[in-house]
Design a binder for this molecule. Sequence first.
Ligand code: BEZ
Length: 304
Amino acid sequence: MELRHLRYFVAVVEAQSFTKAAEKLFIAQPPLSRQIQNLELELGAPLFERGSRPLRTTAVGHFFYQQALKLLSNAEEIKLITQRAGMTERTIQLGYSSSLLCGLLPRIIYLFRQQHPNLNVKLIELNGMEQIKALKEGRVDACFGRVRISDQAVKRVLLREERLVVAVHSSHALANLRRAVSLAELNDEQIFAYPPQSGLGYASHVKSLFLEYGLEPKRFNALDGLQQALGMVAAGEGVCIVPECVKMMQFRHVNYLPLADSAAVSPIYLIVRNDDEGRYARPLFDCVYQVYDLEAIEYDRRVF
Ligand code: BEZ
């Protein structure tokens, strides 16, 4: 019997369900059930009442649960004391899409550092495809990104969808409207996006939004990055569609207007390697959801 078996057992007791416990533990349900069966074989007694819904422990199971809690708490204490004594410092390398730095990312990292003082955080700005490549090559441990890219080597969880806004120059005819703007009203504008790489980047996400409404902007220009795109808006050269959090970037003569179209959103994902097994994903998730709770942001708590 290993500590992880005790963790599995405690998770099933507390979730009162194999399915919910498996989700919480980031493992599939069949291996979890197998591990509990092996535990029962080893102990020579059933730990759960068969067929009970919600799942209930037997008397032996309840006794074992209490002992398991004590042991796990001791093990955690030993780990913390030893870590503190050795102060073993590690670094988590985090890839991120540029605009996320304007939003909740700094707050999430602040909380993460408070809760994991021995884990340094190194931030690396990477766009969509770069994130997947860096994860596969082991250059980053996890990424916060905005692009819908699937790859067999990674797991991706949608955290939430953020509304998009349009940045326009203060002299623009739309700048002082007291209503939301539609994508159709921007179709003839010079539209700046970023980054320039073709493929599944944020720029193609913006372009596909227009296509979704049967529109095809004629003047669409993908620049090097967010700052440059907003700089061009400040220079009166065009407009730029950005996630709402970017509104905190105050450029002189740049106004941000809400977009009316319901599809005008940008997803925010947490992406980790398939073999992460919750090592980084779990503590990062916890921090994201704690910040969402503090900010009263609604979310659908999903797991891999
Ligand atoms: C968010 O704004 O929801 C967010 C930003 C950075 C990382 C994770 C979530």
